[in-house]
Design a protein around this ligand. Structure first.
Ligand code: CA
Length: 227
């Protein structure tokens, strides 16, 4: 079983995270403080990922990361931050977090980010192997995408772009990043190929491709999936 530890002192946020991760097929243990987290970890050595709130009374999220990494653990760590703490991302990365989720976040964003990290860790994502985001659902098994239950015919490249977006909702992705993730490190073609494929993908998935609702352009940078 894929076991996740959720550390958050605010009861309502903690139960929101726990419920949604359970719904996505994970086994979840929880703690309301850093001190409690280490007790739970001692009893559950099979935890492979933890979701840590940055602001905790006592031992904070950074310190938890630091201690977990110092113990030699390579478990996945996702940090929860408030919007006002976005500048702290760099500090978080330095203390060993793998990813961030900014509050407030949707269940779709939460599970997409956790699934993505699980896959990077070598797990297979949630039990359903499906990423659901708004009207879209992407099946990792059949490599297909549905919108409102209707299959959208996509090329493999378009599928990979969709997968990248749904695994990184609300995050601005540079064109270089998209090129590398979809065409591979070895690809030396022009960045325009990204724009060409995005344009085609918009025609297939957007209701009004001229004013896209899902794939936003981030001028001078790249694109962002609006979840
Ligand atoms: Ca908190």
């Amino acid at each position: 079983m894929k076991k996740i530890l959720v550390i958050e002192d605010e009861d309502n946020i903690r139960s929101f995270v726990v419920i949604n991760l359970k719904r996505a097929g994970y086994t979840v243990v929880e703690a309301a403080s850093g001190e409690e987290a280490f007790e739970v970890l001692a009893k559950n050595p099979d935890v492979i990922l933890m979701v840590v709130d940055l602001m905790l009374p006592g031992i904070d999220g950074y310190e938890i990361c630091r201690r977990v990494r110092a113990s030699g653990s390579n478990m996945g760590i996702v940090m929860l931050t408030a919007r006002s703490q976005e500048m702290d991302k760099v500090t978080g990365l330095m203390t060993g977090a793998d990813d961030y989720i900014t509050k407030p976040f949707s269940p779709a964003e939460l599970t997409a980010r956790i699934d993505a990290l699980m896959r990077r860790l070598g797990g297979a994502g949630s039990a359903s192997d499906e990423i659901v985001c708004g009207p879209f659902s992407l099946s990792l098994k059949s490599r297909t995408v549905m919108k409102n239950g209707v299959r959208i015919e996509l090329t493999q490249v378009e599928y990979l772009i969709m997968k990248l977006f749904l695994e990184n909702p609300n995050r601005a992705l540079s064109r270089e990043e998209i090129l590398k993730a979809v065409w591979g490190q070895e690809y030396f073609g022009d960045l325009k190929i990204v724009d060409v494929n995005i344009r085609r993908l918009r025609l297939k998935i957007e209701t009004t491709p001229a004013s896209p609702q899902f794939i936003e352009t981030v001028w001078g940078y790249g694109y962002k999936w609006d979840a």
